[in-house]
Write a protein that binds this ligand. Sequence first.
Ligand SMILES: NC(=O)c1ccc[n+]([C@@H]2O[C@H](COP(=O)([O-])OP(=O)(O)OC[C@H]3O[C@@H](n4cnc5c(N)ncnc54)[C@H](O)[C@@H]3O)[C@@H](O)[C@H]2O)c1
Ligand SMILES: [Zn+2]
Length: 504
Amino acid sequence: MTAAANIILTGFMGVGKSTVGAIVALMLKREFVDMDCLLEARASMTIAQIFAKQGEAAFRALERQLAFELAQRKTLVIATGGGTLIDDEVRAALGGSGKIFCLSADAAALHSRLTASGERPLAPNWQELYAARREVYASLPHQIETMGKTPEQLASEIIALDETALYVKTPAGGYPIVLGGGLLKQIPQDAERLGLTGHVIVVSNETVAPLYGEALVKSLPRADLITVPDGEKHKTLGTVRQLYDAMLAHGADRSSTLLALGGGVIGDMAGFAAATYMRGIRFVQAPTSLLAMVDASVGGKVGVDLPQGKNLIGAFKQPETVLLDTDTLKTLPETQWRCGMAEVIKHGLIAQPALLEPELWAPEQAARLLRQAIQVKIDVVEADPFEHGIRAHLNLGHTFGHAIEKVTQFAVPHGEAVAIGIVKAALLSRNLGMIDDALVSRIQRLLRHIGLPTDIQLDAERWYAAMATDKKWKAGVPRLVLLKGVGAATVIEGISKEEILAVL
Ligand SMILES: NC(=O)c1ccc[n+]([C@@H]2O[C@H](COP(=O)([O-])OP(=O)(O)OC[C@H]3O[C@@H](n4cnc5c(N)ncnc54)[C@H](O)[C@@H]3O)[C@@H](O)[C@H]2O)c1
Ligand SMILES: [Zn+2]
């Protein structure tokens, strides 16, 4: 499984590589390398001193060596020196390790910026250097125009253009989704950058805690583990109450961080505890199931069930970070992988046709699959953070599915129920003339290929009655997410009971 590639910022001296690079790294919680600073630190001299004592050729040799070293690493944000990428081989090596963004500004603006800042003595041959390097810079494919933009705006622009970077913008700011194999084991080295050096309460369940929780807690400087029983039936206020008690017993205060380690049940419930304990403490999601990775851990919805229904009590609580260790998927039971895939197919149908290509489902492709599936969720929650509109599209197949879960008293797992629900939504869409037969068959084929069911024998009246209790049906008027095509979902209200019964 591949970790995310580097993000490399280059451009002429004074264009803002270091400032913008540092912000990109901070937003993504990645390590930042400013090549010039690192070279100065390693040589214990300023660059001007290296030039004076050893000559430019010696400096370029050091710079080259560092560039090749960094090209071997991953997930860095690198600000190159002004002349680093003029060397063809260095450009190729760093370019092979990630995407190079070239920050640009016109000569006059750069010149006045550099003279105004007075930080650096301007090289006497500045104009010549600019002219000589301009062509190489202009040849780089990803140009970022800096004029009239703040460093923060530039950082956001770069993050949005880099497909290895996952970042969720929220009304109050945003948070990164850090994705990679072995991320949990890496935490001791990264604790500071990830904000995990203070008191951390790791909440997990009896299945996941022995696999990953115990080692994680040992590796953190100051952490306690709280383990709750496994299963949706424990996603209750009673368990949250136990969490509060255990947090108090561990001395958690407003400066503590709660880290949820597990599937969606843990994320939802621990997130609700983080949202409410002492009016809210810092929250980090570390999802370990496919469903939690592509769906539950992103978007800030947290909550618990009541005996009367699922997710009836909850809050919006945005995490500080989502830490997604793809290695944890190795222990995920097959059925849980399939259930997560039902949501991936849902994401594919509502917004990203690429997710419907079986080649992307191979375990070796997991990082790509996750990135694309998560991006769908990010786009939806950014557009509609508080679920007033298109976030409803994420409910494709869910009204049918939740009713199956209810009628069968949760004997059918959520993902399987959603798979059947997606087929029902597709059939209804076809009956209403919105999609053709071929698409319905394709959806059925894809779900079968994954090993998911496409139908179930249930009493249609009971099924319909259970659907009618859906939170989203206002005053009993049916409200369903249907398909207009691949990548195009829509909410339809007021479909007749007969039309719905016809597909059940
Ligand atoms: N907040 C949201 O936006 C949102 C969205 C979708 C679903 N959800 C919620 O998510 C929950 C479902 O999540 P889920 O499917 O992850 O269920 P889950 O949390 O029950 O996990 C499924 C099973 O897999 C086990 N497991 C998880 N990771 C494992 C690993 N790496 N190795 C071995 N076993 C592992 C769990 O212990 C559990 O037994 C539901 O409660 C649902 O309401 C929330
Ligand atoms: Zn779901």
